[in-house]
Design a protein around this ligand. Structure first.
Ligand SMILES: Cc1ncc(COP(=O)(O)O)c(C=O)c1O
Length: 402
């Protein structure tokens, strides 16, 4: 597929900006925006509620979307809970999962986004459990299965970890970690926010019990996301929200839950967004993860090649072979936010700076009190854009670093 030609689908790219902040949120292509608009125009009746024709039409479309989402990660439809984003999905698990009596420990990694750290930190605090944080032994921030295995013991109840670090792009060995965790009978929770845009996810192969992702990270609408709950875990999770649509029977003293996924979807969900999320997943699938991966590799190798040798600049994280298309760096003596502002104001290059909602990683793993600069590309970025980024960084270093 000619990736250059699909740039026309993205309005922001026609404005001359160089958008390299895709790990924060991706751009939404016109076909997905059109689909979303059409759902608001032609499918505007509450699905799973009324029995009139319009509501049934919306319900059919929503069921179709759930089917697409389930296929996309190789789950069954009842295992797909529509959420607003990854954060909501992870909080639903942390707040709803019954881990039994007080005590025991929960294992996370030092690379976690706050969305996959704070819910567990709070759960440990509330439930009297120990939070164990796995720090990488390698200086490039790679976390191995042995690093994680060292923290897991007979007292471990759950292991929550990211698939891909949003700071370094590091890819964690999910299947190996899940194997060790399950040997110790613990639950496994995967934060797939940064992996879903770049690699084919298969929950059966990965073997995790829970997985959360956000639609806006993969060309979908904001306010759309998926929480995968493995069917064997359904009765271990109490829904955080109760209300309309999540029950089958209510009396004055008690109520009976509906079957999943409705049990976990109380209230009117963002159904137009959920429908358009399915369109986004189809759009990205058509491009193909093999194409996305090889494009990712091409751009990240080029970035390392052009930026890696610049004096006065430090790159963090592993080599291009061991990560997604993400480059974390600092320029000596300059605040990361200053660098991001100069890139934007002088060349229209948009990148992220600071702690990236992962302070344990930026401060404790990388030792950077003000965080880092992050460049993150997607399939619509070009080699020309990376070259312009490198030229601008060189210029900043030449003119501002003493
Ligand atoms: C690894 C990771 N987890 C979780 C999140 C939270 O995603 P959201 O803000 O869509 O809930 C992000 C967002 O950047 C992320 O990168």
């Amino acid at each position: 597929m000619d990736l250059e030609s699909i740039r026309k689908d993205f309005h922001a790219l026609s404005e001359g900006l160089i958008y390299l902040d895709n790990a924060a949120t991706t751009l939404t292509p016109k076909p997905v925006i059109d689909a979303l608009t059409s759902y608001y125009a032609y499918y505007r009746a509450n699905p799973l509620r009324s029995i009139h024709l319009a509501a049934r039409k919306a319900e059919d479309k929503l069921n179709e979307a759930r089917h697409t989402c389930a296929n996309f990660i190789n789950a069954s439809e009842k295992e797909i809970v529509f959420t607003r984003n990854t954060t909501e999905g992870l909080n639903m698990v942390a707040n709803g999962l019954n881990l039994g009596e007080y005590g025991g420990n929960i294992v996370v990694t030092a690379l976690e986004h706050h969305s996959n750290l704070l819910p567990w930190m709070r759960k440990c605090y509330k439930e009297g459990r120990e939070l164990r944080i796995v720090f990488p032994k390698r200086s490039d921030g790679v976390i191995t299965v042995d690093d994680v295995a060292e923290k897991i013991d007979e007292e471990t109840l759950l292991v929550a970890f990211t698939h891909v670090s949003n700071v370094l792009g590091t890819i964690l060995p999910v299947e190996d970690i899940v194997k060790v965790a399950h040997e110790h009978n613990t639950y496994t929770v995967l934060d797939a926010a940064q992996s879903v845009p770049h690699m084919k996810l298969d929950v059966k192969r990965l073997g995790v019990d829970f997985l959360a992702l956000s639609g806006h990270k993969i060309c979908g609408p904001t306010g759309s996301g998926i929480l995968y709950i493995r069917d064997t875990c359904f009765d271990k999770v109490e829904p955080v929200f109760v209300g309309g649509g999540s029950i089958v029977d209510v009396e004055t003293t008690h109520f009976t839950y509906a079957e999943p996924p409705s049990k976990f979807e109380a209230g009117t969900i963002a159904y137009c967004e959920a429908m358009a999320l399915a369109d986004a997943l189809k759009y990205v699938s058509q491009i193909g993860f093999d194409n996305i991966l090889s494009h990712d590799k091409k751009l990240i190798r080029l970035a390392h090649e052009l930026i890696g040798d610049i004096k006065g600049l430090e790159i963090y994280g592993p080599s291009p072979n061991d990560k997604t298309s993400l480059l974390a760096f600092n320029i000596n003596g300059l605040d990361p936010s200053e660098v991001a502002m100069i890139l934007d104001s002088t060349s229209g290059i948009e990148v992220r700076s600071g702690h990236l909602c992962a302070q344990v990683c930026t401060k404790r793993v990388l030792g950077q009190p003000n965080g880092i600069v992050r460049v993150s590309s997607y399939f619509y970025n070009t080699e020309g854009e990376i070259t312009k980024l490198a030229d601008t960084i060189k210029h900043i270093v030449d003119t501002m670093v003493l």
